[in-house]
Design a protein around this ligand. Structure first.
Ligand SMILES: CC(C)(COP(=O)(O)OP(=O)(O)OC[C@H]1O[C@@H](n2cnc3c(N)ncnc32)[C@H](O)[C@@H]1OP(=O)(O)O)[C@@H](O)C(=O)NCCC(=O)NCCS
Length: 162
């Protein structure tokens, strides 16, 4: 989204940019991951993803503040991971990264899927805001210390455009 189209409270003094993730980013990405989820990916999973999947980082000047990993197979895309550094959450950066990813995927896939913990209200709001809809519930999918948690599978169909 161009900065002049963003909601007023999301106008940012430094405009972020998005570029492909490289192996040298993995330490920073992994450090963010440790802070944003109780079940973080290992560094080796990010390194493997850099060579196997599509991986993007969102940067402010040169600082990596967010990332996403996704796949595209036979016209179907899936977001495997997306996160913004805790200090930068709630400022519109997650939306920007998602918009960027969707613009890329739109050219190459008919549908984009993701899976989200049922308790992750902020992520679910973000996904709904950009047009994702719930397509199924996987009961007791994620193990947690306080018992299993449901996963919501969401999708956005690109056949009618972005
Ligand atoms: C989910 C995540 C990527 C969103 O990124 P973000 O930069 O914080 O989100 P944005 O500031 O771009 O917010 C975009 C929309 O998300 C929703 N949102 C963001 N934070 C929210 C919160 N705390 N409560 C409710 N909705 C929220 C809102 O719909 C918001 O739009 P609005 O501000 O116009 O109302 C980020 O919070 C994060 O990294 N969370 C931890 C990792 C994670 O849960 N990843 C998703 C796994 S499926």
């Amino acid at each position: 989204m161009a900065s002049d189209q963003m909601p007023r409270r999301h106008k940012l003094s430094i405009i972020p940019s998005v570029r492909p993730m490289v192996a040298e980013d993995v330490l920073h990405v992994s450090a963010i991951e440790q802070q944003v989820t109780p079940h973080p990916w290992r560094e080796s999973q990010f390194l493997e993803s850099v060579s196997k999947h599509y991986c993007l980082v969102l940067t402010l000047e040169t600082k990596v503040i967010g990332y996403t990993i996704y796949t595209i197979v036979a016209g179907e895309a899936e977001i495997l991971n997306i996160a913004i550094h805790p200090d930068y959450q709630g400022k519109g950066y997650g939306r920007q990264l998602l918009d960027h990813l969707m613009a890329i995927v739109y050219e190459q896939a008919e549908r984009l899927y993701l899976e989200v913990r049922a308790s992750n209200a902020s992520a679910i709001h973000l996904y709904q805001e950009v047009g994702f809809v719930e397509i199924c519930l996987r009961r007791n999918y994620y193990p947690t210390p306080s018992g299993p948690e449901d996963a919501i599978v969401m999708a956005i169909d690109f056949q009618f455009g972005l």
